[in-house]
Design a protein around this ligand. Sequence first.
Ligand SMILES: [Fe+2]
Length: 185
Amino acid sequence: MSKVFAEIEEIFNAKLAEEYLGEDVKLVEHMLQCGDLAKSVAAPDYLIVAALLHDIGHLLVDDAEGAHHEGVDLHHDLVGAKWLEARFPATVSEPVRLHVAAKRYLVTTNHDYLAKLSHASVQTLYMQGGPLNQEEVIEFISREGAEDAVRVRLWDDLAKVRDKPTSALQDFKEAIDSVALACVK
Ligand SMILES: [Fe+2]
């Protein structure tokens, strides 16, 4: 088994019961649903891995739920990207780094998008800075991985279905191993 898959498995197993911050699904279930949505449209392996692991930052911090209730932003996007960039190429880490900014981008540029967000996601939107200004929109779309971050974000929003059967983490092993940096395999 590759080192990085074993690490991810340990993190997922330790946090199986973790709630997903005001949503109807557990965090790990949400991440598996997100990976499945990427798989269902035959996205490339790096993007399936980014979708699956986009919220790993929530699993890496203690008491994400407590912080959420207190309205504290733990910057799970940045925490997750930092962990991922030591293990995967930028094609994986950058969409994860930008998936919160992608929500702010979509709210700003697509008028129907806000109405489709879950209640919890609207709440955190304002904790995360709300809509972008014009300069920030330009800055966002010029960043590496921005387009993929938008794709991950749209799957993220759909991956909140209570009791939906999902793939197991093991089903993503091949994709994870094929994308991981050689030094962590
Ligand atoms: Fe998410």
